[in-house]
Design a protein around this ligand. Structure first.
Ligand code: ZN
Length: 310
């Protein structure tokens, strides 16, 4: 079995405006990296369009309707004061993100794919059940996790989020749901300001690992190995979703952590080892942030290279 990559051209047509850091160029950089000869064994798949019922697994109907109505036929519409914008291509882009994540779960649980990477944008982990936030409109990682529970009958699904920003949206969706685990490493203080270690979820199902600005490889690996990984293992997941952001890279302009490409390979291998032990290696990884072209390409290539060595 091979590693599958879900992608769709529509994800390039969400254009939040000149100078916006969450640009189509981010995805182009990722695609260029993954089309190098060393990645020739990847199986490319067209992301299907997500369904409204899938979005409703996490988001409130009123919110979904409001987003559908907000999509402009020209120009830009701001959803949250200017950070998160919709262009004419945004609705299809976010629905392809949802479709890719759910199809990734289907492929892994059917035993068709060894594991999956969703090369999609915009990112999703800041999107709350009833609010767009931080460049995110629908939360495809949270949706994929609930899809695995509802459609496939799983009883325990985990999301591991190593984006440099706290995944407040995923945490909000999971807070009162003991069958879902959310583990996040992130810089603190930093946007969005949530993710303190004391935010543990109603059943201890949330594990937050705030890390200081300047945090580099050694501290990151030591703290992840001491807290996030043991908690993930104790949860006994039947499937692991990864919110794979690459903005903790030392080159990233929106944060101040100092990770190297190889650190993203390291955490990927550690999560894969847990998945191999507990859930037949089932991992669906979803692109989140990363705003340095070089840092995003290098970190993402290291991550997918590790996924391919299953
Ligand atoms: Zn981020």
């Amino acid at each position: 079995m091979s590693t599958w990559v879900f992608h769709h051209e529509a994800c390039l047509a969400h254009i939040p405006g000149t100078g916006h850091p969450e640009s189509p160029q981010r995805l182009q950089v990722v695609m260029e990296a993954l089309r190098q000869p060393e990645f020739e064994d990847l199986a490319w798949r067209q992301a299907p369009a997500g369904m409204r019922e899938q979005v409703l697994l996490v988001h409130r109907a009123e919110y979904v309707d409001a987003i559908a109505a907000a999509a402009p036929s020209s120009g830009l519409v701001a959803l949250d004061g200017g950070d998160t914008l919709m262009s004419p291509g945004s609705w299809e882009a976010v629905m392809r993100c949802v479709g890719a994540a759910c199809a990734g779960v289907d492929a892994v649980l059917a035993g068709e794919a060894a594991n999956v990477f969703c090369a999609t944008r915009p990112c999703g982990h800041h999107a709350e059940p009833d609010a767009a936030m931080g460049f995110c409109i629908f939360n495809q990682a949270a949706i994929a996790a609930v899809h695995a529970l509802r459609t496939h009958g799983l009883q325990r699904v985990a999301v591991i989020d190593f984006d440099v920003h706290h995944g407040n949206g995923t945490q909000a969706a999971f807070y009162h749901r003991p069958e879902l685990f959310f583990g996040s490493s992130h810089q603190s203080p930093l946007y969005p300001g949530t993710g303190a270690a004391g935010e543990t979820g109603a059943s201890g199902n949330i594990v937050n690992l705030p890390l200081p600005p300047g945090c580099g490889s050694a501290l990151f690996r030591a703290r992840v190995a001491a807290t996030l990984l043991p908690a993930l293992r104790r949860f006994m997941p039947q499937l692991i979703i990864v919110s794979a952001g690459f903005d903790a890279h030392r080159l990233d302009p929106l944060a101040h952590m100092n990770l190297e490409d190889e650190d993203f390979a390291w955490i990927t291998r550690e999560v894969m080892a847990i998945a191999d032990d507990l859930c037949q290696g089932r991992i669906v990884s979803i692109l989140e942030g990363g705003y340095s072209g070089e840092g995003l390409a290098g970190g993402c290539a290291a991550h997918v290279r590790a996924l391919m060595r299953h």
